[in-house]
Write a protein that binds this ligand. Structure first.
Ligand SMILES: [Zn+2]
Length: 469
């Protein structure tokens, strides 16, 4: 059971929309057993039989599934392995394939373990390290109004899609949920605005200071995260000495489901149990999904950082690397890349010159303009709002809320974003000494000391005469 639990955690993908773990698509049940058997043979441990293995899987790990058709972005290599292993092969060919698959699994595990290491560092010394993971939730579940029991009419009426971006801040133990609509394009502007909100919040609760090192983990998506804009923005933060070092890491494509997806999975479950007819209620569902409650906000308007970074020199070849490190050397920001977190792989470094200052980025910074796509969305919702009301799906208050909300959503001029500007971030400070996270209660300390004293006294034994009656 211990072996299987670890196996599922290391190789499986936590599903964002249900509490299941899906094993890579190249595996079969028998292949999982064979991996287990091999492990036992190598470590000279006894193993359980195939039938017992299946029975244990069925009884104790029914949430660990093998899916023929994975809903999530499948790993191309895993698919190739599976297809190749299903063809007729010689023993040698098969062994070679299995070895290569093992190497593939090992590499994805290495990338994950690196992430766990960053997370652990942030948890044990939050004054030195800040670890963040940012990701977008699967879109299917968050069209409002949304009801746990879907009636036929519900799907016939228009709704407004709400994206949910999640961020977990390890070490400070904060979860964030940001909602936004198709008023703006889903791109790196969303990522950067969310990042700023998170950083600002950490600063606020941490005596106006940020740890010197930022570990940022993001989805390997070129549009949202792995692009010129995010890289240049991070370089600007290092140039401004908001951080001494930033490390941006990506997991292997197709093996990217992590703790932030567990949050999404719980939000999905909540949405299957309870209604979210309006945005405040969607926010409530997100808050209820996790303890401590995620900090939830809606992005009605965001800053257009892309516009300010678009004319900078671009770096070629950013698609393949999985690790980007930024440090400052005099006036220059150095960006170093690595394909994988392998010990023997050397960093390759380029100098980023002419990175703008944060003041330059913030001067005449505009909000993102309205995406024309939202017009048809709001028009459809305006048309169907009376139908929702007539079907008894919206209360009078909820109906009024929608009327007001649609007006704001449809407004031509974007409002001033409620996102803090990067110029409001302080310069990093190296903490003098590691501050103990929490002082030990004197009563507890006293009890422990008494216990230790007791441990140190050696008992004595002697033979005594019976007492006279
Ligand atoms: Zn794979």
């Amino acid at each position: 059971m211990m072996y299987f639990k670890e196996y599922a955690e290391n190789f499986g993908e936590q599903q964002p929309d249900c509490p299941e773990i899906h094993l890579p698509s190249c595996l079969t049940k028998i292949a999982v057993f064979k991996d287990y058997k091999l492990q036992c043979d190598v470590s000279q441990q006894p193993s359980i039989s195939l039938s017992s293995f299946y029975e244990m899987w069925r009884k104790e790990f029914s949430h660990v599934k093998l899916r023929k058709h994975q809903k999530l972005s499948k790993c191309t290599e895993c698919t190739l392995f599976k297809e190749a292993l299903l063809t007729k092969l010689t023993k040698e060919q098969k062994e070679e394939l299995l070895m290569k698959r093992k190497a593939h699994f090992a590499l994805q595990l290495l990338a994950r373990q690196k992430y766990y290491k960053h997370r652990a560092k942030a948890r044990s010394s939050p004054q030195h390290y800040l670890s963040l993971i940012i990701d977008n939730m699967d879109q299917a579940k968050t069209t409002l109004p949304r009801f746990s029991l879907n009636s036929k009419t519900d799907s016939a009426y228009a709704g407004v899609h709400h994206h949910v971006t999640g961020a977990l801040c390890h070490g400070f133990g904060l979860d964030f949920g940001f909602t936004w609509t198709d008023r703006f394009h889903p791109d790196s502007n969303v990522t950067l605005n969310c990042l700023l909100k998170v950083l600002h919040h950490v600063k606020e609760i941490n005596d106006n200071a940020l740890p010197p090192v930022l570990y940022l983990q993001a989805d390997n998506c070129g549009k949202d995260n792995k692009n010129h804009f995010v890289l240049m923005f991070l370089a600007a933060l290092v140039k401004a000495e908001v951080f001494k070092k930033i490390k941006l890491s990506f997991l292997m494509v197709g093996h990217t489901h992590e703790d932030v997806d567990q949050l999404f999975s719980r939000v999905s479950t909540k949405l299957c149990q309870e209604n979210a007819p309006t945005l405040p209620e969607l926010h409530a569902r997100i808050r209820e999904a996790s303890t401590p409650s995620p900090i939830v906000s809606h992005l009605n308007s965001i800053f257009n950082f892309k516009e300010k970074l678009i004319n900078l020199n671009r770096c070629d070849g950013i698609k393949a690397p999985h690790i980007f490190k930024f440090v400052k050397d005099g006036p220059i920001v150095k960006m170093s890349i690595k394909d994988w977190p392998l010990e023997y792989e050397q960093y390759r470094t380029v100098n980023l010159e002419n990175i703008p200052t944060l003041q330059e980025i913030c001067t005449s910074l505009n909000p993102v303009r309205k995406n024309p796509k939202i017009d048809s969305v709001t028009a459809a919702m305006v048309r169907d709002l009376p139908k929702w009301k007539q079907a008894g799906r919206l209360t009078r208050d909820q109906h009024t809320w929608w009327q007001e909300y649609l007006e704001v959503l449809n407004a031509d001029d974007p409002a001033l974003p409620s996102v803090p500007l990067p110029t409001s971030l302080p310069k990093f400070q190296i903490p003098a000494v590691e501050r103990p996270s929490r002082a030990l209660d004197p009563n507890i300390l006293e009890a422990i000391n008494r216990h230790i004293v007791q441990l140190q006294t050696s008992s004595e034994i002697q033979v005594v005469r019976p007492r006279r009656r």
